[in-house]
Design a protein around this ligand. Structure first.
Ligand code: PEP
Length: 242
């Protein structure tokens, strides 16, 4: 399966920036990977319109577990789909930390995403303290068991919290060990479906380290934060995929 390079714009961007970035992505051809951009909710419809008919997919950064109702400020997976999204990130560590999202909430969101026809990208990853304590596999194993709905179909993103936005990355050996562990857990939880599922690596991916990280066994692509905000950086990462 082709690797997936997904950009998470987080709470960044404007209509002008989105139009420029979408134009640059649209103009790119011959990539060996799939591309997905996840702008803030206000820009999803505009970016989806700008990328319509191109090979670049658009996703949301979060969704509510319910389809509709009295949830001020939230948006549902169905609303994202209606705006032109085909995927949604759920359980990003910033949502888990800033909004108290538990594994059970993430699981409900992943179920809602699938029900709306979106591809869920479920994020997992340990904190620095957990890694220092040697608990990274236990933590990630628990997150997978708690966050993935039964019969899950989608993408898993391994994002060590301490690597997000810090410029620090795990060694390639550490990435390989964690992705092999996740592969084994997915096979246990999901059977054959888990054997071919994409497992993205996320955390300070940039053009200069993308080729080596994307060459690690069981790495099915990247979830990119900061470097997804500039076309040259995001495309630099995508071009590094062989
Ligand atoms: C992220 O937040 O998903 C992320 C990977 O951020 P960054 O690339 O900036 O570390």
């Amino acid at each position: 399966m082709r690797q997936l390079i997904a950009g998470n714009w987080k709470m960044n961007g404007s209509a002008a920036m989105a139009a420029e970035l979408a134009g640059a992505l649209r103009a790119e051809s011959g990539l060996a990977c799939d591309l997905l951009v996840c702008p803030p909710a206000t820009l999803v419809a505009g970016v989806a319109a700008a990328l319509k008919g191109s090979a670049v997919a658009v996703g949301g950064q979060d969704c509510h577990a319910k389809v509709s109702g009295a949830h001020t400020g939230d948006i549902s997976a169905a609303m994202l789909a209606d705006a032109g999204a085909s995927a949604v990130i759920v359980g990003h560590s910033e949502r888990r930390a800033d909004h108290g999202e538990t594994d059970a909430i993430v699981r409900a969101k992943a179920e809602a995403a699938a029900a709306a026809g979106l591809m869920p990208i479920v994020c997992v990853g340990e904190t620095e303290a957990e890694r220092v304590a040697g608990l990274e596999m236990a933590v990630v194993g628990g997150q997978l068991a708690g966050s993935l709905p039964s019969g899950f179909s989608g993408v898993v993103a391994y994002e060590p919290v301490w690597a997000i936005g810090t410029g620090r990355t795990p060694t390639e050996a550490d990435v390989a060990a964690m992705h092999a562990f996740i592969r084994g857990e997915l096979a246990k939880l999901l059977g054959d479906a888990g054997k071919g599922m994409r497992i993205l690596y996320g955390g300070s991916v940039k053009p200069s380290n993308a080729a080596s990280l994307m060459a690690v066994a069981d790495v099915g692509g990247a979830l990119v934060g900061g470097a997804s905000l500039k076309a040259e950086d995001f495309l630099g990462i995508a071009r590094a995929v062989r």
